[in-house]
Design a protein around this ligand. Structure first.
Ligand SMILES: NC(=O)c1ccc[n+]([C@@H]2O[C@H](COP(=O)([O-])OP(=O)(O)OC[C@H]3O[C@@H](n4cnc5c(N)ncnc54)[C@H](O)[C@@H]3O)[C@@H](O)[C@H]2O)c1
Length: 140
């Protein structure tokens, strides 16, 4: 596949699957936006993308932050004038036995990995006036 002239945002591109995906896309010709929480990891991946001859932009991004997600989209629009691909890779995994999973543990994982409104319990109040599913459930 030829991706010259295309721009790809890769979240969590500082290491692992995100880094490998960013380098694969860069190898196909795409310019890369490294959207990552970990700055040293982001800079390492950015240097590797540059080594492949592609343009790269590092946007410090926490995917659980609405403001960061907006900046993640605004930066490439300003720098490259387009966004073609989003690799929504960033996430966390914390192994625990089911009965050891605390509310804090659950919320940390769901907030990073699953952005559906009904999955987020630390979010802003809904703006559409509808009730969250958890509020509709009878108390146990
Ligand atoms: N590796 C596996 O076997 C496996 C299996 C199933 C799912 N996954 C999922 O695939 C994705 C990548 O896996 P991996 O093994 O490369 O993970 P990894 O932990 O090696 O890398 C994750 C990257 O995401 C970044 N990150 C974490 N939280 C972030 C946040 N809130 N905002 C921005 N960046 C954040 C980290 O700094 C890191 O660079 C994860 O979502 C993971 O849950 C991985």
């Amino acid at each position: 596949m030829e991706l010259s002239g295309h721009v790809a945002i890769v979240t969590g591109a500082g290491r692992g699957i995100g880094r490998a995906t960013a380098l694969e896309l860069a190898g196909m010709g795409a310019d890369i936006v490294v959207a990552e929480l970990d700055q040293p990891g982001a800079e390492r991946t950015a240097a590797e993308v540059k080594g492949l001859g592609r343009h790269v932009s590092v946007v410090r991004t926490d995917v659980t932050s609405r403001a960061d997600l907006k900046a993640m989209a605004d930066r490439p629009r300003a720098e490259f004038g387009r966004i073609d691909i989003l690799i929504n890779n960033a996430g966390i995994y914390r192994a625990a036995l089911p009965l050891d999973v605390t509310e804090e543990h659950w919320d940390a994982i769901m907030n990073a990995d699953d952005d559906r409104p009904e999955a987020r319990r630390d979010r802003q109040p809904r703006v559409d006036g509808r009730q969250d599913r958890q509020q509709e459930q009878p108390a146990l």
